[in-house]
Design a protein around this ligand. Sequence first.
Ligand code: NAP
Length: 309
Amino acid sequence: MSELHDAIIIGAGPAGLTAGIYLMRAGIETLLLEKALAGGMPVNTDRVENYPGFPEGISGRELMDRFAAHAKTFGLPIKEFSEVSGVVHDGKTFIVTTTEGEYRSLGIIITAGTEPVKMGIPGEDRLVGRGISYCATCDGMFFRNMDVAVIGGGDSAIEEGLSLAHIVRKVYVIHRRDALRAQKILRDRAFRNEKMEFLWNKRPVEIGGTDQVEYITVEDTKTGEHGRVDVSGVFVYVGYRAKTAFLGDLVDRDASGFIITDENLGSKTKGLYAAGDVRKKMLRQISTAVGDGALAAVNLERYLLEIKS
Ligand code: NAP
């Protein structure tokens, strides 16, 4: 049987790495499992401007490298490229199945984050990686001096559209309403940016092209009229859904899969906590993920004390 850990954390983004720092400092034997490389969602962000302590801003990659380095100074073992496929609870221990084997623990913190929602329109699956991307920071450089579209009107679409504007010739922002959801500072910057053009009340209905994206067909949500926008790239930012399928019925979720927690970030299974973007909450930021990670860790520490005494 596999070794029994005190705590397992699933996901090495801001919440998971913070939980790791707190647990290790508290002397709790902990293992962090990560499906790819440590860092989580912020590594896809060009510039983080709203994380306190960095008045000049910092690249998402550099910030997360610092989080990981910080966790390692307290000896946190991070197993990268260990994707979790299932978690079960036998009443006493959690059994975690991964691509790399099985692990057991007394307590667990889920910080698995989210994945981008697809639009689900014709051409999307066929042209992913051929002009369609869900990560401007990763793929933007392939579109130097070309015309691209970003889909969505939230913080991600506008922030990434602004970062694309440094590279490409033109950014069409295609949004299904006539008002952006994005925060004011981003809206103001986007409206001032001469490379950004807003196509309001437009819903993408098809992405076309032979081997590469050549155009996107949009429908006017008011008139129903169809139009064609010629672009070489389409960056999709229509929201994120939580990665929680591997938890089976250990947690309650909302309609988008976000884990419903109590005020201590506990779930319906004792000893299972959720932190960061993966849980149902109002504000998803690095700073709120950090707060979650700390809170979940302290509550897990209390839980372990309780069951061990
Ligand atoms: P979001 O806030 O859920 O916005 C998704 C956008 O896509 C909305 O404008 C939505 O339109 C649109 N949309 C949804 N489904 C669509 C569809 N099928 N077709 C076309 N458009 C569709 O997602 P997000 O922008 O990725 O942000 C996620 C979270 O991360 C938010 O809490 C956000 O504040 C946070 N975030 C923060 C920062 C920052 O602070 N710098 C940066 C990035 C993300 P409607 O507006 O009409 O619903």
